[in-house]
Design a protein around this ligand. Sequence first.
Ligand code: 5GP
Length: 193
Amino acid sequence: MNFLEERILKDGIIKPGNVLKVDSFLNHQMDVKLLDEIGREFHRRFKSEKITKVLTIEASGIAIAYPVAREFDVPLVFAKKAKSVNIDGDVYVAEVESFTHKNKNQVIVSKKYLSPEDNVLIIDDFLANGCALQGLVSIVESAGASVAGLGIAIEKGFQIGGRVIRNLGYRLESLAIIESMDDQKGTIVFKEQ
Ligand code: 5GP
């Protein structure tokens, strides 16, 4: 079991509706040493790629992506949730349905911060149905840039996102893949990697 799986077992809380709360160390209060370790682990896994930018989505992706960008010594760009009235031609746009809030958001990245020369590592905290990642991939592709890979802290392997992204041919690395979790019994089973 790796460091993140151990921490999920210790401090993760399973909620009804297939939601895992990690508020005490990732999503509300943050364990900055754990985040540093996550940064080092993604760097170890993707260091053979010539990453030029790290891309994530606000808000909870930023904390995970920050130590990754620092390890690679490249800029971190985060897609912003935007009101459609504010969108002008200077941005790349994607529509993303929120797994936790069940609403749709348009997310934007300024054209200034992604270009065809970029080789982008996409990072997020959770992977469920894959909407957030597909939105980020489509933004990278709109920019004519390349997706070097995708790094996820916690993939819920019993939801479809991981399969969708891998079937599209992208390299997806998840630090912890949950095979099943039971909110009644409080049990979590990880996929062996
Ligand atoms: P997807 O777009 O893959 O359906 O969902 C991914 C996004 O939803 C992530 O950016 C994450 O913020 C949120 N999310 C999905 N599942 C969970 C979960 O079980 N717990 C938490 N805290 N966030 C989740």
